[in-house]
Design a protein. Sequence first.
Lengths: 92, 92, 92, 92, 92, 92, 92
Amino acid sequence: MSFGIKPLGARVVIKMVEAEEKTKSGIVLPGQAKEQPQMAEVVAVGPGTEEEKMELKAGDKVVFSKYAGTEIKYAGEEYTIMSQKDILAIVE
Amino acid sequence: MSFGIKPLGARVVIKMVEAEEKTKSGIVLPGQAKEQPQMAEVVAVGPGTEEEKMELKAGDKVVFSKYAGTEIKYAGEEYTIMSQKDILAIVE
Amino acid sequence: MSFGIKPLGARVVIKMVEAEEKTKSGIVLPGQAKEQPQMAEVVAVGPGTEEEKMELKAGDKVVFSKYAGTEIKYAGEEYTIMSQKDILAIVE
Amino acid sequence: MSFGIKPLGARVVIKMVEAEEKTKSGIVLPGQAKEQPQMAEVVAVGPGTEEEKMELKAGDKVVFSKYAGTEIKYAGEEYTIMSQKDILAIVE
Amino acid sequence: MSFGIKPLGARVVIKMVEAEEKTKSGIVLPGQAKEQPQMAEVVAVGPGTEEEKMELKAGDKVVFSKYAGTEIKYAGEEYTIMSQKDILAIVE
Amino acid sequence: MSFGIKPLGARVVIKMVEAEEKTKSGIVLPGQAKEQPQMAEVVAVGPGTEEEKMELKAGDKVVFSKYAGTEIKYAGEEYTIMSQKDILAIVE
Amino acid sequence: MSFGIKPLGARVVIKMVEAEEKTKSGIVLPGQAKEQPQMAEVVAVGPGTEEEKMELKAGDKVVFSKYAGTEIKYAGEEYTIMSQKDILAIVE
């Protein structure tokens, strides 16, 4: 079943990763008890633009800029739509 | 009957989607009781520009940036004219 | 008789449309009792620039960004000179 | 006798038009009793730049953006040096 | 074992250099008792972009702009993800 | 004897013109008793850049933007180093 | 012995010139008792970028924009890493 949110341009849809997964992957964000967590999984990517090709694909675990993006709720789950420029790195 | 508002450049005209439709499509915007809803349907699109081709077409359900666009009332209905850049994603 | 104000670059000269005409065309701007009306008719267009071709022509009914443009009085009538970029849409 | 101020780039030198001439040409600027008048005559133009060709020539009557430009006094007369981009329209 | 954080675009992952190493390399940052140290080692580099090729490689000792970058904790260690533009110089 | 300050890029070195010279050339700057005078002579020019060719040469009398440039003292004289973009016009 | 700090991009490393040298070269900066001196010697230059070729070389005496650059201490000496764009002129 394909995901129902299709980002425009060089945007991506990401979903926050739960604390348990974060421990497994080895990433912990400093001060995360006080701040919004910054690690997430990409669930959908836009087509990109002429200026900015997509470097990300669905399934990538990523770290992103705090405060970036717009939160939406879809089918009972919370997602964030964000510009690829605000994604800092892929975590493997 | 064609729609009477023709956006210039890479702009679109959108119409807010009522709460009932939002439930059917599965999208709920967090805190929407307090804030202006961010989901809408595209009713008209401009020709685009050389820098920015149109990715949207009339009928697309979209999520957009809060506070973007200019509201107008036409034939008794409220619409918003908005730059395509402020449209975040298509929701299917 | 040609109109005596020739806009430079990608600018246009517009004239506010009276409330009666607005009703006929079906456009009503929300809150217009409190704010400056945003619908107008194009009376003159500049030659455009290499970056921005003219999409508008004299006679077009348009909706424009609030607060944009410079007002002048010419031959007893009030006009606004405005960048084409501040014109949002043509209303038919 | 050629005029002694040669603007650089895409700048022009303009001279404010007196109230009498303004009445003849039919242009009146709203609120001009309170604000600095915005109509002027071009007295010299620069060579332009690669990005911006000159659209104006000496003798053009123009309307310009309030607050734009730098005032100088030359041979007992006051002039304003201004970027062509701040000239809104030619008035005929 | 390859490093598990892959920066996107022209970003790098750096790790602060301890005070002991700083003494060996001869670099001391003024006021470092009060401010966050500005010397680090590059541990991973992104692919670069068309506008900005990568000049840095893993292992480079670098000096960087104060306050730049985003801190993350990975496998128990603290790192900073930073744009290459915020790296000032390589120290040998 | 060549002048010892060589501006980089599209910068120039200028020297303020004394009040006596200003009277001869016919330029008087309004309010100059209160403000820093804006007329000067070019004493050295940089090589220019690809984006901005030099239009000025040493010896040109110029009018410039207030507050632009950096003042230096060289061989007992005060000069200002300034971007050519801040020079408004040549006065003949 | 080559200098151990290699600037990235179009940056340079400069070292402040002492007051004695300043007197010899004839440059005195106004108000320098109160402000940070603005004259320096270039000790290392970066490779430049496609947009900005290097105009400076090690050994050049330069005047630079106040407040520009980042100070570092290396082998017991203080240096400043600075963008070439913030260097105003070479003093001979």
